[in-house]
Write a protein that binds this ligand. Sequence first.
Ligand code: DON
Length: 306
Amino acid sequence: MAHKQLQDALAEAATHTRHGAVASYIPELAKQDPDRLGACVCLLDGTVLTAGDVDIPFTLQSISKIFTLILAICDRGTDYVFQRVGKEPTGDPFNSIVKLETIKPHKPLNPMINAGAIAVCDMIAGSSVEERLERIMNLLSRMTGMQDFRVNEEVYRSEKLTADRNRALAYFMKDSGVLTGDVEETLDLYFRHCAIEVTSREVAQLAVVLAADGKDLQTGVSIIPRDVARICKTFMVTCGMYNASGEFAIEAGIPAKSGVAGGIMATVPNRMGIGVYGPALDDKGNSIAGVRLLESLSEIWNLSIF
Ligand code: DON
């Protein structure tokens, strides 16, 4: 019954893809098929439900911001991290530069916008970009039980060649003392981890670990400290859907993080993880059909946490 409900909701949401458009400011992302839509639901008891294009790989993009935040907090502690990055929503687009200069101190308002995530990348421990990236992929492997995460080299290079805005954010933060490491290395780590490939099936597996307070579903062993998982889910509610987070909290009420490749990772505490892929985006940069699907599922299954 739940499987049929998921399939029906996906079929209805798919009619909305034509109202959106794939991201094109990273040229390689513009090659995605806007009509794709897939969703996977992982329940805490291990049940997996799928519908549509669940095995199409896409890049994490901003969904990665959750995993770098987890590592940075585990590496440096919350005091260190939140001295450099704030905890407040911005109401601005994800790549906005304006408040970095107008608000004092010049720290990014939260870790879910680009400036904040670049600052968080600067805090990931490791002796090289490769080692730091490996640590991020290791976390994904521990959360999903999958070993072979890879970076999509075309998307990585495409972003690196066109990332003038992110460079501006990073150099401004270096000048303000928010970034302490080598700026180009930090940006390189940021571009690479945004280009890690996943499927919506894997995103659902990542999401369900957060739903289980950071615990491995099978063994019950803690992968992410409970408190860190709680911080992530809170940011997902307040800032996870960019400057549409308030509306999404009202309409769906599910902690979620989206990325410009069209992925959404949604976490219903103590119930399920949901991974969605639909690359046609709305004007805020969220998957247009993905948002629609999550709003429908929330209504059908009573998923709102509020
Ligand atoms: O930095 C960028 O613009 C992309 N790599 C990620 C953007 C994204 O998914 C939305 N950001 N919060």
